[in-house]
Design a protein around this ligand. Structure first.
Ligand code: AMP
Ligand code: MG
Length: 451
């Protein structure tokens, strides 16, 4: 399947090497501060302590059906009639089963001692008689039938959720099922975000000649929020070195990560790299991926003695907004003297893809979560890709009703429509020609965003 294509330029950094470097730094900076939240309020947060079961779930054998609890041995043949000796709705613990009788029982009710099977009501017929009447059993029950066993979901003492687990709705349900009313989670990552570019204006403003609307600000803010971050939006920073340095200094205070878009190429109007270098340290990478070649990584010093550059009273200003979803005040990290920095390229699709491939893993790592990229799935290419790039490509693709994937027609890094249209990114190795029917690897957007 592979054509002989020369390798990418040797000075380009592979994504795997870049990730190894990013994660090595990020893993040294796992957020230490924790808070205890009501389980109700912990959706999307990351556990800082495991959840351990203090009981079995279910706590006792119980019925999984509405029907009749009995001893299987008391029903040797279809059509056996037994007197009904008790009625047990869910939540009621009954008396021991009297041999030779049946207990009317409803889903979730604990099985009475002595019963070893339940017959679903659809296989029974109520027969009138004294007291609770009688029941005709129209099957020969097997012992154990329709019984949910004590501890079959969770056993007492088991770690049901490990440290580093992101709390999905189903994880909250599992925590609640073992009675956990409060959970210890890490505080959210605090991320300062700004866009660079004198051409950028905000939706709602008039579009002067030469200007474009700032799409990355909305997209990156949303990606950060979906990843569980508390975002400080520092707005648009002009393409000037002094303004960029000033924004970086302000952003470093009180944040774990500074994220920017644009200005990381090598043009005269690209001030991010010299500004970061002047305010901290910088590694400027050309990644061997498409889209998304330029990426800047480093850190910006914090001036611990300075008053916080982001003051609460400024936060209400439209250009400088801290999300209302902010966590309650918790202890700040004491010793850390710098904020991590990642500079993304300005082209919106490059920004989108590099966020998912490089920033999201860093955010997972500083929260103590498994940081690797999600598992790609193998899918059938319902497209041809005859002229692959030398760089590893991440092609915007979507499932068709036949179960294969198709590509968005325009794969340019400025075409954000492709990212909305797509279900995922085909992870195509350097120089890999794809022919219709080949198996390709697809990274689902649903597994890349938010996790
Ligand atoms: P840059 O990385 O600054 O050289 O920008 C590369 C391309 O992305 C240029 O066409 C910019 O106009 C565009 N761009 C940069 N920032 C943004 C943004 N926040 N929203 C939309 N397009 C942008
Ligand atoms: Mg620019």
């Amino acid at each position: 399947m592979a054509d002989a294509t020369p390798p990418a330029r040797p000075n380009l950094l592979s994504l795997d090497d870049a990730l190894a470097r990013l994660l090595a730094v990020a893993r040294d900076r796992v957020i230490a501060e924790t808070e205890k939240l009501d389980t109700f309020d912990a959706l999307g947060r990351v556990l800082a302590r495991p959840v351990v079961a203090g009981l079995d779930v279910p706590p006792a054998d119980n019925t999984s059906m509405d029907g009749y609890a009995l001893r299987a041995a008391d029903v040797p043949a279809v059509g056996t009639v037994l007197p009904v000796s008790q009625r047990l709705p869910a939540g009621v613990v009954g008396a021991a089963l009297q041999p030779g009788t049946a207990v009317r029982i409803f889903t979730g009710a604990p099985l009475p001692d002595g019963a070893d099977a339940v017959v679903m009501q659809e296989l029974c017929e109520a027969v009138s008689g004294d007291d609770l009447g009688q029941v005709c059993i129209n099957t020969v029950p097997q012992p154990g039938q329709w019984i949910r066993r004590q501890g079959e979901d969770v056993q007492h003492g088991a770690e049901v959720l490990a440290t580093g687990t992101r709390l999905t709705p189903q994880a909250l349900g599992l925590a609640a099922s073992v009675g956990a009313s409060r959970l210890t989670v890490r505080r959210r990552p605090r991320v300062a975000l700004f866009s660079t570019g004198d051409e950028l204006v905000m939706p709602g403003e008039s579009l002067r000649p030469g200007a474009i609307y700032n799409s990355n600000r909305f997209m990156l803010r949303g990606l950060l929020q979906a990843a569980g971050c508390e975002v400080t939006d520092l707005g648009i920073v002009p393409d000037r070195l002094d303004a960029t340095r000033d924004a970086l200094r302000r952003a470093a205070q009180g944040h774990d990560l500074i994220l920017t878009s644009g200005g990381v190429s090598v043009g005269e109007e690209d001030h991010i790299k010299p500004a970061v270098k002047a305010e901290g340290w910088l590694e400027a990478w050309a990644l061997a991926i498409k889209p998304g070649k330029p990426l800047a990584f480093g850190a910006v010093r914090r001036d611990e003695s300075a008053a916080p550059a982001v003051r609460r009273d400024e936060l209400a200003a439209p250009a400088l907004r801290r999300d209302e979803s902010a966590a309650p005040a918790v202890r700040r990290d004491g010793g850390d003297s710098e904020a991590l920095f990642i500079g993304l390229p300005g082209n919106p699709v490059s920004s989108f893809v590099t966020f998912l491939l490089a920033v999201a893993p860093v955010l997972r790592a500083i929260q103590g979560c498994p940081a690797a990229l999600p598992q790609a799935v193998s899918v059938r290419a319902d497209f041809d890709w005859p002229q692959p790039d030398k760089r590893r490509e991440f092609l915007r693709a979507r499932f068709n009703p036949q179960g294969g994937v198709e590509l968005f027609a325009n794969q340019s890094s400025g075409v954000l429509t492709s990212a909305v249209w797509a279900d995922g990114l085909v992870d195509n190795p350097s120089g890999q020609v794809v022919r219709r029917g080949d198996a390709v690897r697809l990274l689902l957007l649903s597994s890349l965003i938010g996790a």
